[in-house]
Ligand binder design. Sequence first.
Ligand SMILES: Cc1cc2nc3c(=O)[nH]c(=O)nc-3n(C[C@H](O)[C@H](O)[C@H](O)COP(=O)(O)OP(=O)(O)OC[C@H]3O[C@@H](n4cnc5c(N)ncnc54)[C@H](O)[C@@H]3O)c2cc1C
Length: 346
Amino acid sequence: MSAARTAAKTASTAPATGPTLLWLRLDLRLADHPDLSGKPFQVFTPFWRKVSTGLDPGTPAPAPRRIPAPERWPDGQPLDALRLLPTLPWAEGFAGAWQPGEAGAARNLEAFLDGPVKDYGDRRNFPGERGTSRLSPHLHFGEVSPRQVWHAAPKWRTGQFMAEIGWREFAHHLLWHFPHTTDKPLRSDFERFPWRSDAAHLRAWQRGLTGVPMVDAGMRELWHTGWMHNRVRMVVGSFLVKNLRLHWLEGARWFWDTLVDADLASNTLGWQWCAGCGADAAPYFRVFNPESQAEKFDPEGSYVRRWVPEAATAAAGAKGGAYPAPIVDLKASRVAALEAFASLRK
Ligand SMILES: Cc1cc2nc3c(=O)[nH]c(=O)nc-3n(C[C@H](O)[C@H](O)[C@H](O)COP(=O)(O)OP(=O)(O)OC[C@H]3O[C@@H](n4cnc5c(N)ncnc54)[C@H](O)[C@@H]3O)c2cc1C
């Protein structure tokens, strides 16, 4: 685990006292529910029902008028000496996609509440549209708090949007109770899973060169903007752990290094969900078909065309296109994945 992951892990598993979550009590247990068994929640719906209806997250505190400076500043270093900026211009595309800071967070929240929130339930799965809030990096870095969102959107507290914020709470709840899940599956039987190791396949996935357009579109969106639509995160995740049968930790590490919203709790939950080895996870037999996902959620092909224009040219039969053939057969790799997953039950 890298130093950054270790630091984030320590921060995420320390007792919560700040407003980065809606409810400060991360250690909610089923024991809080009189008729249940005293264990941490592992299924989202009862967790969310319990916290969202039973507890008031409180009002956001106003910004302090003054933050007192220390009497004597500790010795420091010039910012440049920390060499935080990349030497290769790999983050060039981020500037067009994000405005870091509170102003950018407020702008995204306002733009979302002005329109897309109304159709969020229907449109949040279409990656070619601006159907979601794009608040994740701002929430992660505390540029807007979930409490501010809760109070800015009272009308939507019971809807799907706030439930997604609830998944973030759930992720932190799980990481608090099961800190080992950053590296190990929550369901221990998965430790026996026969993962493959294939550097060329992993590299093709990371670079968006698998020859499967929906997967490559997502991986390129990630590389260029530091973000990927949730539906596509599930598609590329399923492709990595099921069709390629590469370890979910490979995906978690790549996301950790490339996402602007990289969050140890949500990333761990997301990857264990894809692999089927976490709490409330996708069943092992659910293998996303990236082609039918594209037909359903990118019916006009605008998302794929934007990120993988050469795939559209290749599909139209143009000669000399540079788009690769698929690195795996989707049907055969699905069958192999199902056999491997079934072997865990023996
Ligand atoms: C494999 C995988 C890895 C992921 N890694 C991360 C990660 O590192 N950081 C991260 O913030 N999210 C992660 N997610 C969850 C989700 O994809 C993003 O939170 C979402 O796409 C952010 O876009 P948005 O702000 O427009 O979301 P919206 O749909 O507008 O949702 C509002 C907020 O709710 C929270 N949220 C939404 N969906 C989820 C979810 N499934 N789990 C947890 N919180 C959620 C986010 O804070 C988000 O900003 C991951 C999902 C998967 C499948």
